[in-house]
Design a protein around this ligand. Structure first.
Ligand code: IDP
Ligand code: MG
Length: 198
């Protein structure tokens, strides 16, 4: 029983952290990466990424369940209407990413925000990384976030709160799979590992 308990307590998790466009524009990328790096978590994926502008337009359209899109048949003569479900488009990262917030009034603005410039996508790994990263990030509303947290130190408004962090280990896996392609993540052992955990 005890070894099992210890093993489950030491479950290694993954979290998806993203510097949002305001964090990139304000030159906070290094500062934000540093917080997780200094804490002792392991970086397993990192890239600068721009959601296409089409996605921002899709944000309005995706409030409808389905979108009818005009398309050509092979010979270019007849036109027909194909049923396209935007949510199933594998390119629509930001909409899929925030799918739980689709009914919220601020959803279209959220998608505009997140596609308004490049973001920095990160995968971090470690025991307890999901909950710990949420603590390092701080409350959703930066004015409520404690000093010492990223949002508490670096932001003032919910709609410009500089960083995203997964809210559960399941969502950590889901979001990493959504934002990273196969081959973009690295398996490695930091030399400092024995200095972080006994
Ligand atoms: P979280 O980022 O702290 O997990 P969520 O409730 O999951 O917060 O919301 C996702 C993101 O949506 C927030 O980080 C913020 O950018 C945006 N958001 C949440 N609530 C509001 C709001 O009331 N107005 C504008 N944007 C919001
Ligand atoms: Mg959230």
């Amino acid at each position: 029983f005890l070894p099992h308990l210890i093993a489950s307590l030491q479950q290694v998790d993954q979290t998806y952290i993203m510097v949002k466009p305001d964090g990139v524009q304000r030159g906070l990328v290094g500062e934000i990466i540093s917080r997780f790096e200094k804490k002792g978590f392991k970086l397993t994926g990192l890239k600068l990424f721009q959601c296409s502008k089409e996605l921002a337009e899709g944000a309005g359209a995706c409030q409808k369940e389905n979108l009818h899109r005009r398309a050509h048949n092979g010979r270019g003569a007849k036109l027909y209407f194909a049923r396209v479900n935007l949510e199933k488009d594998s390119n629509v990262d930001s909409i899929e990413h925030y799918k739980d917030l689709k009914q919220k009034s601020f959803f279209p603005k959220l998608i505009d925000y997140i596609t308004s410039g490049p973001v920095v996508c990160m995968a971090w790994e470690g025991v307890g990384v999901v909950a710990s990263a949420r603590k390092l990030i701080g409350a959703t509303d930066p004015l409520q976030a404690e000093p010492g947290t990223i949002r508490g130190d670096l932001a003032v408004q919910t709609g410009r709160n500089v960083v995203h962090g997964s809210d559960s280990p399941e969502n950590g896996k889901r979001e990493i799979a959504l934002w990273f392609k196969e081959g973009e993540l690295c398996e490695w052992t930091p030399v400092q590992a024995p200095w972080l955990r006994e």
